[in-house]
Design a protein. Sequence first.
Length: 416
Amino acid sequence: MFISSSTFRALRHHNYRLWAAADLVSVTGTWMQVLGVNWLILTLTGSATSVGLSLVMQALPTLLLGMWGGALADRLPTRPVVVAAQIAQAALALVLAAIALSGTQPPLPIYAVALAGGVVSALGGPALGRFGAEVVPPADLPNAMALGSIVNSAGRILGMSLAGMMLPLTGNTGLFLANALTFAAVIAAVACMRSSEFHELAGEERRPGAVLAGLRYVARTPWLLILLALSVVLGSLGRNYQVTMAAMSAGPLAAGAGGYALLSTVFAVGTVVGGFVTASRPQLTIRLLLISAFLISVLQALSGLMPSLAAFAAAMLPIAAGAILVDTTVSARAQLDSPDAMRGRVLAAVGMAGAASGALGGPALGWLSDAFGPGVALQVGGVSCVAATLLAAAALAKLRKTAPRPAPARVALENA
C-alpha cells in the first residue's frame, strides 16, 4: 500500500499544517468563484467562446508579467507579499459580487476583473510558491508539494460541489462573497505561524536587471530548459483533458453530459490518488519524471482507441494520477536544484510554462477534435508527448555525460 506515515511527513510541521488547512479553504473558494464566473458569463452572452476568453484574460498576465513577479519574490519578504495578494484577490471577489448584484449586462467588467486577478496572480504567485517552500525544511518540500496537490484536488471537488448547491439559492453573488471570505483564512494562518520555525530562503538584494538575470539563468541552464520545454508539451498536448473528455463524451462515446460529469469525477479522483502516490515517494527524481511522462503519454494515445465510457474512464484515472506526479516532480526539481536567490524567478518560469500550455493546448486539441475527431486528437497528442519525452531523456543523458562536476547542472542531473 502506498500510504504510510511518511506520506504525511510534511504535516509534522506546525506552519505547514496551518498552510495546508488555509490552502484547502482558499482553493475551495476559488473553484466556487470559477464556476460562478463561468456561469455568469454564459448566462450574459450565451457563448462558450466568451467563457474561454475570460480564461485567456486570467492567463495572459502570467505570460507577460510572471518574471517580474518572480523578481519581486526573490527580493521582498514573502509574508507581506502573500498577505497583500490575498487582500487584493478578496477585493476583486467583492467587485465580482457587486457586478453580479447589479445585473450588469455587458461582460466587459467581468473580463476586467479577470485580467486584474491575473495580474495579482502573476505578481504574487511566485511569492506564494516561495512562501510555501519556507514553511517546511528542504528535505520535506517534495512531500509538501505532493500533499498540496491533494489539497488542491480536494478543494476543487469541494468547491464545485458547494457551488452547485449554493448557486440556485444565493446566485452568483453568494459564490463570490464566499470566496472573498476564504482569503481571511490564509491571512489568519500566516498570522498564527511561528517565526522560529520558518526555513527562510536566501534572497537577493535590490539591483537593476533582476528580470533579465532570471531570464538569463533559465536560458543558460540546459537541464531546466529541457524540463520546462517538456512541461509545455505535456501540459498542452497531453493535459487539456477538459477539452478531450468533453469531445469524447459528446462524440464517439455518446455519453452526453452525464458521461462528461462521470469522467470529470474520475479524473479528479485520479489526481487525489496521484497526490498520495507522489507524497509516498522518498525522492522525486528526473528519472521518475521521465518514466511517468512516457507511461501516461502511451496511455493517452491508447485512450483515443477506447470503445466505451468505462474503458475510457479506466484510462483516465492513471493518466490523472501520473500527471500529478509529473507536475510535482518538475516543480520540485526546478526549485530544489536552483539557487535560493533565484527561486522566485524559477517558480515564475514554471508558472509561465503552465500558462503557455493552457493557452496553446486548448485551441490545438479543440481544432484537432473538430477536424479529425477526439480519438485522433488524443492519439496525436499522446504520440507527440512520447516523442517529446524520449527527446528530453536523450538530451538530459547527454548533459549528464558532458556537465563538469562542479557545475550546478551536475547537482541537478545527479537527481536523475
